[in-house]
Design a protein around this ligand. Structure first.
Ligand code: FAD
Length: 464
């Protein structure tokens, strides 16, 4: 690795957005250095945990069925963000996804039909064969074969700008610091979700009980440097993608298998054995992303998903086995909940259930009456032992505070001037599109779109 020469492009980060930018720029003949903070075995950031990309398509597009038009995608995004999104950048993301599938195939990504289970998304989401890990390995293989230089365990710790222009970055690598000069920069270094101190600053003490679903390397260091240097911020530091995951998961990198998908089939209680939200409000794929926040708002940020034998086998099982008991009081004791309080909650729930025709694939008529909060669908009495419980914690996926960009992925400064040679892609700018809420599979859509646009932009800047 030659850290003394000037590269055409320095890419910071080693996930999907970074590699899309690096491959695109290298294909346009730029000399490219990728600096990835993680060691080689943990390269690929949160991208290595992914399974799919939400993709617009006018007709069947292998592996996607039927059609998923731009307008429907846009309306889906509007619903989850409550309109807090930049329409130009959002529509750019949506439109580009259709072109990504063939580009991804060309660069070694393989697809598979959607798996069954609770997240049936075969029309809207293209699933990667082998998941994000295989996708990242394919991109690294292509990048290496094209001659992209890759430095692992190389963390950007400082950035030097002149006015609105990138000049150099300081990296910490193998016990030394190096100044890397480049004609352009793509910042693709993720959000700040791994930075526990920063999460605490945003959320206060509840953040201490958050688990981080992905990489420990997304510390937000580059994001902070850029914001301090006058790049305009977008998004709210407390907005993020946050789901309910098994409380026994590791602090970092538990990945997709720690998510608990049993919520809509039973009840969820807090540490006082009280229910606090309608578990059957809507289909699980449309609601799973609100449960992290709901648990975060409960005392000690802990919840318990409780189901009975009727629901076993009806959801994608998480990696941890459930706690099992023959009776509700016994289950309460296992969970260190007050047995009398949990028995009363279950009895009140069971008494409020109005029996209907249970169908987990429709918004069925099994609901409660006279109960607060209600359960509006899939409500069935918890009366068939054994009883099962999963303890839940907020599992943060990624944060939305980021840098503002324009449609060419150029970073915008506080005075709205675009930088001529500084681009951003992926989580670090996702807040432009995601003001709040989340649409399954849009993270990879944003990273792939702006990674490729950033790579093209760098190429245009270096070789006009
Ligand atoms: C468990 C899980 C499952 C997910 N599933 C999906 C899914 O199925 N579909 C979907 O669309 N999205 C999914 N997401 C979200 C998705 O992972 C992200 O939106 C996307 O991967 C972001 O890509 P990125 O390249 O911006 O960030 P990342 O892939 O996280 O890459 C950021 C990189 O920057 C590096 N880095 C950080 N700081 C520095 C520094 N100072 N110097 C050098 N390098 C640095 C990190 O090491 C890392 O390699 C999931 C996330 C998780 C955690």
């Amino acid at each position: 690795m030659d850290f003394t020469r000037q590269y055409d492009l320095l890419v910071v980060g080693g996930g999907n957005a970074a590699l899309c930018a690096a491959i695109t720029a290298r294909a346009a003949n730029l000399s490219v250095l990728v600096v990835e903070a993680a060691p080689i075995h943990f390269r690929g950031g949160n991208s290595r945990h992914t399974r799919n990309m939400r993709t617009m398509h006018a007709g069947p597009l292998d592996p996607l069925t039927e059609a998923y038009p731009e307008e429907e995608y846009w309306q889906d995004l509007l619903k989850v963000t409550g309109g807090i999104t930049d329409e130009t950048l959002a529509r750019l993301t949506i439109r580009n996804t259709e072109k990504h599938v063939p580009w991804m195939k060309q660069h070694g990504v393989r697809f598979q039909p959607a798996l069954g289970g609770t997240l049936q998304l075969s029309r809207t989401n293209a699933f990667f064969l082998g998941g994000g890990k295989a996708l990242m390995n394919a991109y690294y293989a292509v990048a290496e074969s094209l001659g992209v230089q890759i430095a692992y365990e190389a963390e950007v710790v400082d950035i030097t700008l002149e006015e609105h222009r990138f000049v150099s970055a300081t990296i910490a690598h193998a016990g030394a610091q190096h100044t890397i000069r480049a004609k352009s920069l793509v910042a693709a270094s993720g959000g700040f979700e791994s930075n526990l101190a920063w999460l605490r600053e945003a959320w206060g003490p509840p953040a201490d009980n958050f688990l981080i679903r992905g990489t420990p390397y997304n510390m937000g260091r580059v994001l902070k440097l850029l914001l301090h240097a006058g790049v305009k911020a977008v998004g709210d530091p407390t907005q993020c993608h946050c789901v309910a995951i098994d409380a026994r998961s590791p602090k970092f990198d538990g990945g997709i298998v720690t998510r608990v998908d049993a919520v809509s089939l039973g009840i969820v209680v807090n540490k006082h054995a009280q229910r606090f939200y309608d578990e059957g409000e809507d289909f699980w794929p449309k609601r799973y992303a609100i449960w992290g926040r709901l648990i975060a708002a409960q005392p000690d940020q802990i919840g318990y998903s409780i189901i009975d034998a009727k629901s076993m086998g009806k959801f994608m099982p998480p990696v941890y086995p459930p706690m099992v008991a023959r009776s509700i009081p016994e289950l309460a004791t296992m969970l260190s909940l007050d047995p009398a309080a949990l028995s009363a909650t279950v009895a009140a729930f069971n008494a409020a259930v109005r029996r209907g025709t249970f169908d987990h694939t429709t918004l069925d008529d099994c609901r409660t009456e006279g109960l607060e909060p209600p359960k509006t669908h899939w409500a069935r009495p918890l009366d068939t032992p054994p009883y099962y419980a999963y303890p839940l914690r907020p599992g943060i996926t990624f944060t939305y505070l980021g840098v503002a960009i324009d449609a060419q992925a150029r970073m915008l400064f506080d005075d709205a001037t675009p930088s001529p040679n500084m681009f951003a892609a992926g989580e670090i700018m996702a807040g432009n599109v995601l003001g709040k809420g989340y649409l399954a599979g849009i993270g990879m859509a944003i990273g792939t779109t702006f990674g490729r646009i950033a790579g093209e932009g760098a190429a245009r800047h270096v070789r006009p």
